[in-house]
Design a protein around this ligand. Structure first.
Ligand code: ZN
Ligand code: ZN
Length: 390
């Protein structure tokens, strides 16, 4: 009997007890990018693994590049493969993908072959303390797939194979149905919008009529503006350094934009809009020491800060000011608590046009060039999408 090594490190038989369709014949191998040494990607043929219990096989139609992919490919963390760095382990990165369900694992009746779906990254183990609280993006068994396969957790593109390839196995809990009116490219952005939705959920959710500042107009910051506006926040202020991105922020709903380069004192500029007491909420998406301290100083007493980015090393921040003023700070990890479903509802209803952040499209063979565009922001690149079949 032929044996295949699955993405979970299990040895699986190619005898498959689930369901397939003649409409979507599944080949034995697929094109996949794998990570060798840091920044070294190669395009190879990989065996296609069939889905197990509670899983489906997705034919990937589009996958977006995220800043975290750049970190993984150049430095390793937060990817964790076989208990360590992801280099030279036949690992495929990429986590913001969408596609078509082409095979159902045994007993899966929640989805049908032919369904268009977009995916969350994290499928929690379902048995640890955090998973039981619905916090599956903070699963205590993160990264233990290879060390202990029975732990069940997977985070595709981080601890298990990701989406820079043509097919992927996903747990049904990570799937969000995509309406036929939505393009492939837009559907890859649901997890980005879902991440900001999770942040706003953790801040309390009821932000209608509250003032809100977003620092850093990257994809998360820009869609943070859109989601906050859709939830009724106002005024919404976007802070950045590139006028072209601030302009997109306006089109996504920002009531005011501030270019740090033109402002003498950014905290004072915010206060001149929201009032001297400061903003009710700040979503910090820049991750620099300066931005973190600005966020603290522009938040009003009892206000809340969401940390959607992080500095690469420990930094000094004004804790006394936070404590004296009862300012809350929330770290968020990923797209937790099913926030992607709430984000998808907004996108389905066209409450904002997420497509505005999609700037470039490349094919799989051009992934290294696409990553260079993302890293160096060539041609004002914001969100770059890879089409694995073109
Ligand atoms: Zn991402
Ligand atoms: Zn767990």
């Amino acid at each position: 009997m032929d044996l295949l090594r699955s993405t979970r490190g299990l040895i699986m038989s190619i005898e498959f007890n689930g369901k397939t369709s003649v409409k979507y014949p599944i080949p034995e191998t697929m094109k996949a990018c794998v990570l060798g040494d840091p920044d070294e990607l190669s395009l190879i043929e990989k065996p296609i693994v069939m889905p197990g219990k509670a899983e489906v096989l997705i034919k990937i139609d589009a996958v977006a590049i995220c800043a975290t992919d750049l970190d993984v490919i150049s430095h390793g963390p937060p990817a964790l493969i076989e208990g360590g760095l992801p280099f030279n382990k036949n690992f495929t990165p990429g986590h913001e993908y969408m596609g078509t369900v082409v095979a159902l694992g045994p007993s899966v009746d929640e989805f049908e072959i032919g369904d268009r779906v977009t995916v969350e990254i994290h499928s929690g183990c379902g048995q640890c303390k955090r998973c039981r609280m619905g916090m599956y993006t903070s699963c205590h068994n993160y990264g233990l797939n290879y060390g202990n396969v029975n732990k069940g957790h997977r985070a595709n593109g981080f601890t298990t194979d990701g989406g820079f390839k043509q097919y992927a196995v996903n747990n049904i809990n990570t799937l969000i149905k995509v309406p036929y009116s939505m393009t492939d490219e837009e559907a890859t952005l649901v997890v980005t919008a879902g991440t900001t939705m999770y942040g706003l959920t953790e801040l309390g959710g009821l932000i209608a009529g509250e003032s809100l500042v977003v620092i850093g107009p990257g994809p998360i910051g820009l869609l943070g503006v859109a989601v906050a506006k859709a939830l009724g926040a106002g005024p919404v202020i976007l802070i950045g350094t590139r006028d072209s991105r601030l302009e997109i922020g306006k089109r996504l709903g920002a009531d005011h934009t501030l270019n740090v380069k033109n402002e003498k004192d950014i905290v004072q500029s915010v206060k001149s809009i929201v009032g001297e007491k400061g903003a009710d909420y700040v979503i910090e998406c820049a991750g620099s020491k300066e931005a973190l301290n600005d966020a603290i100083m522009m938040t009003n007493r009892g206000g809340k800060i969401c940390l959607a980015a992080f500095p690469h090393k420990p930094v000094e921040i004004n804790i006394p000011h936070m404590v004296i003023n009862n300012i809350y700070m929330f770290g968020i990890r990923g797209e937790g608590k099913s926030a992607t479903h709430r984000a998808m509802q907004f996108m389905k209803e066209k409450r904002f046009d997420a497509k505005l952040v999609h700037t470039h499209t490349f094919n799989l063979a051009d992934l290294p060039t696409a990553l260079k565009y993302a890293r160096e922001r060539i041609d004002d690149a914001i969100k770059i999408v890879i089409k694995p079949w073109s």
